[in-house]
Unconditional design. Structure first.
Length: 404
């Protein structure tokens, strides 16, 4: 007796078993993934569209995201029970996220991902969709001992999802789209400064390598310096050509820097910055670049309740190893944007030179300390002054001994 199999019914039964598992763990990457999922649903119900599978209802859930340039690896965790409800990945597309979040009706969702290359646009998108999304600093994510031997995107997403149970002390402040655009001018200027320094060092290295003294008296990198250096190698054809190419790069970078700095000054005159920018520039040593770097990088300074918290946010506080009666302090924590920290230290040197009160305080700090440590301490006090002038609307006339 031959075994007869209804082929159509067999495949429908097989798909009815496989579709829930595929939908639960499938990777929806763009339009192809959505077309494939819709095809499975239509096949399962004989061509009729199938409703999305509900993963959870009316629960508090945690979502860990390991984000790269094209997709996000997702782990959905129930913190109350520790059960993983979903593992998969999703494309960087708002329509995909809307479709995915429909599987959690009535749920209170919290999402976590590390700050990095992708910025903050995904956090703002998830918040628009009703997800309480937080961005975590990479060094604030706990490192478990067993994870040092195994690392992959799924385990990283699981670690981030567990932050709902053991949250860090604080999360990264998320700027608005306008605030993020504003600080791009300052950051681009910093990139141009680094490129110019690199090219200037290459020019000086060629002079040192060939034993030619660098007799240019103008400030390094200025247009006058470029002209003087070019004249020093007028008689060396090959070497002169090589150096001329580098000098042309310095000239082009100077031109682009002047263009960026003009845009920063124009931004400082807008209604959003004009009052605070003018007030900060009353501090001796604080110019338009330092003032605008402070205002754009420390957006919404009123969120810091004390100046000490702002100084900690900028990495101007020392590390500490204390136990019992022993207290040890080390190097700076170096949190926050390094270019703003550099600008504050440079402004502090001019501040202690021009302001008698700041100079007396600096000389007192120099007793028993190195000059560099003392000027970093003055940069922290400069942050205190800038915080008071932007948050408390104070003028530059209060006593420095109270600000210390």
């Amino acid at each position: 007796m031959c075994l007869q199999i209804n082929t159509k019914r067999f495949y429908q039964t097989l798909l009815s078993k496989l579709v829930p598992m595929i939908e639960h763990r499938c990777i929806l990457l763009g339009d192809q993934g959505r077309i494939f999922a819709n095809l499975l649903r239509s096949t399962k119900r004989g061509g009729a569209p199938m409703q999305k599978e509900i993963i959870a209802r009316n629960r508090a859930l945690s979502i860990g995201l390991d984000v790269d340039k094209k997709k996000s690896v997702i782990v959905v965790l129930d913190p109350s029970s520790g059960h993983v409800l979903f593992e998969g990945s999703l494309a960087h597309d708002e329509a995909c996220w809307c479709s995915f979040l429909e599987r959690f009706p009535g749920c209170r969702l919290r999402a976590f991902y590390e700050a990095g290359l992708t910025g903050f646009w995904q956090c703002r998108m998830l918040r628009r969709l009703g997800v309480d999304c937080q961005v975590v600093a990479p060094n604030a994510v706990p490192k478990e001992p067993e994870r040092r031997q195994r690392k992959n995107d799924r385990l990283d997403a699981m670690t981030l999802a567990l932050l709902a149970v053991h949250p860090p002390r604080g999360f990264v402040r998320v700027p608005t789209e306008q605030e993020e655009d504003d600080r791009e001018l300052i950051r681009t200027r910093e990139q141009l400064v680094k490129q110019r320094v690199r090219v200037i060092n290459q020019v000086k290295a060629k002079f040192t390598f060939h034993g030619i003294p660098m007799t240019a008296g103008a400030r390094s990198g200025s247009d006058a310096w470029v002209k003087e250096v070019g004249e020093l190698l007028a008689e060396r054809s090959s070497l002169g050509l090589a150096v001329t190419v580098l000098l042309d790069m310095v000239t082009a970078l100077n031109r682009q820097m002047r263009r960026i700095e003009a845009a920063i000054r124009d931004l400082g005159r807008t209604d959003r910055f004009s009052a605070r920018n003018a007030r900060l520039q009353r501090i001796p040593g604080v110019g338009p670049m330092t003032a605008m770097a402070f205002l754009t990088e420390v957006f919404r300074p009123e969120e810091f309740t004390t100046s000490n918290r702002l100084a900690s946010h900028l990495g101007l506080v020392p590390t500490e190893w204390s136990s019992g009666g022993t207290s040890r302090h080390g190097h700076l924590t170096r949190w926050g944007p390094p270019h703003l920290r550099r600008l504050l230290v440079e402004a502090a040197w001019i501040w202690v030179y021009r302001d008698p009160g700041a100079q007396r305080l600096y000389l007192n700090l120099c007793r028993g300390r190195l000059r560099k440590k003392a000027i970093v301490a003055m940069a922290r006090r400069l942050v205190t002054a800038m915080w008071a002038m932007t948050v408390k609307q104070e003028e530059y006339n209060f006593h420095w001994k109270h600000a210390a």
